[in-house]
Design a protein around this ligand. Structure first.
Ligand SMILES: Nc1ncnc2c1ncn2[C@@H]1O[C@H](COP(=O)(O)OP(=O)(O)OP(=O)(O)O)[C@@H](O)[C@H]1O
Length: 619
């Protein structure tokens, strides 16, 4: 496998254009955004007003013996009520926005991942992709909903307090505000450090998730090769690197926050020291000094908050970049403009029944490889000038040494990859000019390790055509000879197959996937036969099932079983991306060429095994 994909290189500055693109995802939720912004401003105004009310109260009561406290109590109560309502609206809207946005972004990423071609997944480990769908999406949604609103609140509060301080006492106001530049400077330095260590944490997190996913998927192989110790060592190595960078990140926060708080106390000290002097000489009221001290303490909370949100934004920049780059990845295998125009024109209810949604013939009569070249990586050709024509009703068996290009041929036939040279024609028309969705909905694919989903046997077969009735499901199972063993299961068709179908044998899984394919009634059937040994009885069931599927379709089988190869209409011996030989079993055996050699070497031993199996015990 290739190395894990490199994380993109990002600028260390706050990337405003990136954030404006991320914030665009909030626009469909204006219904929540407006109350959120209004609530943030109301909360900031209320927060700033408390000190002014205190000033008014102190100045009104100073030196008096009879005091009417009711006006202050009423104003305080009013402010507290407004603040409570603001906070309620704020939390409600931010929670709603955060959930809606993470749902939207995740759904958009998921949709894009489904649209992307196989080549995209060749170099991206599953764990890396899972991280994009889970933690990255959540992080962005949290920042947009909570972070941005904290930012609006904090900026409003800082502005209001600054203006009030300077208006109340310009000299003292500016003195208190003088602590702001060092605060911004220190914040900038720490933000950068914290951003870098947080990125590193994320990188290790991705690698650990990928390592988890890989080791779980390959659990059986690991156990059989006794690789547990090595895997554990690799994992521990990753984990301890992640631990180190996480500790570094936490340490930076632990130093930064106390510095910010100390600067807040310095500002309060300045207010007390200078303010005390001017109060004594009578040019400043006691209420104003109290308000100054109050503000000096309150002032640094929003600044701290702004710094924190900016750090979070910078930390999440990597996540934003990755999610946006995933969303911006345009699938290379997709309908061309011309096909899309035709789809729009033809996809209507009165369309003739024999037409596909793109206006061309619905039935697939032939597939032609015309001088096809293909390489997964530039400079390493896998197929070169490959030619093949298959008519409806024909079964093509692909045989040959490992790495020859058999899977590549069927991947191209399925349009999972596109030729790098030449063309693939369907009914004589370039496959690129046909609707991708229409074409792939005509494919039925059964892979070597057929995949079943958790759920009942019935649900798994019905996955081939969701609107199929129970009778149709059972009919499909009968046609491929799966009905007998299914009924013998504990709960028949309602038996739970377990995760990935692991409560069933490979042969049984294959029979169920045949039934699923038959129910979908594809025009093209592609199969990578299982190499694992299957008992003779199941083998016979599978063969009969296969014949039911092959009938009337174009079938490509990467054939490992003698019985499949023999019944194929044409056998292609593939080596180094070329057809070495082509013909029926009889013709190729008579020619005594590559197929003959392959057959006598590989398949005769299989036949001997099968004969041995059939001999009565003790004979
Ligand atoms: N996704 C991929 N990315 C890069 N190279 C690939 C990829 N898939 C296959 N190859 C390479 O292409 C060549 C042909 O592989 P292919 O899987 O088509 O052979 P095959 O005949 O089906 O082999 P097998 O019988 O072992 O499945 C091999 O050299 C293989 O290493």
């Amino acid at each position: 496998m290739k190395d894990e994909p490199q994380e993109d290189v990002f600028s260390e500055r706050l990337d405003l254009s990136l954030w404006s693109r991320v914030f665009r995802h909030a626009l469909p939720h204006r219904r929540l955004l407006v109350p959120l912004a209004v609530a943030a401003v109301v909360i900031a105004l209320c927060d700033a007003s408390f000190a002014l009310v205190t000033r008014w109260a102190v100045d009104s009561v100073a030196g008096k013996t009879e005091i009417n406290l009711w006006p202050f109590i009423l104003v305080y109560t009013g402010l507290t009520l407004a603040l409570s309502i603001g906070v309620w609206v704020f939390i409600n809207s931010a929670g709603g926005l955060s959930n809606n946005m993470s749902h939207d972004i995740r759904a958009a990423c998921f949709k894009r991942l489904q649209e992307l071609e196989f080549a995209y997944f060749d170099y991206r480990p599953t764990g890396w992709l899972i991280s994009r769908l889970t933690s990255d999406c959540d992080k962005l949604a949290r920042i947009i909903a909570w972070g941005s609103l904290d930012l609006v609140w904090a900026v409003c509060l800082v502005l209001v307090i600054s203006v009030v301080l300077v208006v109340m006492q310009p000299v003292l106001g500016l003195l208190v505000l003088s602590v702001v530049p060092p605060l911004i400077f220190i914040s900038a330095i720490f933000q950068k450090k914290m951003l870098l260590s947080s990125r590193e944490t994320r990188k290790f997190n991705s690698m650990i998730t990928a390592s988890f996913a890989e080791s779980l998927q390959g659990l059986r192989t690991t156990k059989s090769l006794v690789r547990e110790e090595d895997n554990l060592r690799e994992f521990q190595n990753l984990s301890s690197q992640m631990y180190e960078v996480s500790i570094r990140n936490a340490l930076q926060s632990a130093v930064y926050i106390p510095i910010v708080l100390t600067l807040g106390s310095v500002a309060a000290g300045i207010a007390l020291w200078r303010g005390g002097v001017v109060v004594l000489d009578g040019s400043l009221s006691l209420g104003t000094l109290v308000a100054f001290i109050f503000y000096a303490g309150q002032f640094f909370n929003p600044i701290n908050q702004i710094a924190q949100v900016l750090v979070q934004m910078q930390g999440a920049q990597a996540a934003g970049e990755r999610v946006l780059s995933l969303l911006a990845t345009v699938p290379t295998i997709r309908d061309s403009e011309a096909v899309r125009a035709r789809l729009a024109e033809w996809d209507r209810p009165d369309r003739a029944a024999d037409l596909a949604p793109d206006g061309d013939a619905r039935d697939i009569e032939s597939i032609t490889f015309e001088n096809v070249d293909f390489s997964y990586e530039t400079g390493e050709p896998v197929l070169k000038d490959f030619n093949l024509e298959v008519q409806s009703g024909q079964t093509i068996a692909l045989v040959g040494a490992s790495g020859g290009g058999k899977s590549t041929i069927v991947n191209l036939a399925a349009r999972f990859y596109e030729p790098t040279g030449g063309r693939i024609l369907v009914n004589g028309r370039d496959l690129k000019d046909r609707s991708l969705e229409w074409y792939q909905s005509n494919l039925g694919i059964v892979l070597q390790g057929p995949h079943l989903f958790s759920g009942s046997v019935r649900e798994n077969i019905r996955y081939g055509r969701l609107d199929a009735s129970d009778d149709e499901v059972e009919m499909a199972a009968r046609s491929v000879n799966a009905d007998g063993f299914i009924r013998a299961l504990e709960n028949g068709y309602d038996t739970d197959v377990g995760e990935g179908g692991n409560r069933l044998s490979t042969g049984q899984k294959q029979l169920i996937s045949f039934a699923r394919a038959l129910l979908a009634d594809p025009r093209i059937f592609i199969m990578d036969e299982a190499t694992s040994s299957i008992d003779t009885e199941t083998e016979q069931l599978i063969q009969q099932g296969l014949q039911a599927i092959f009938r009337g379709r174009i079938s490509f089988v990467i054939a490992h079983r003698l019985s499949t190869i023999r019944t194929a209409d044409r056998i292609l011996v593939i080596e180094k991306g070329r057809i070495l030989e082509s013909g029926t079993h009889q013709a190729l055996m008579a020619a005594q060429g590559h197929y003959y050699a392959l057959y006598t070497r590989q398949f005769q031993s299989e036949q001997a095994d099968s004969l041995l199996e059939r001999l009565p015990v003790g004979s």
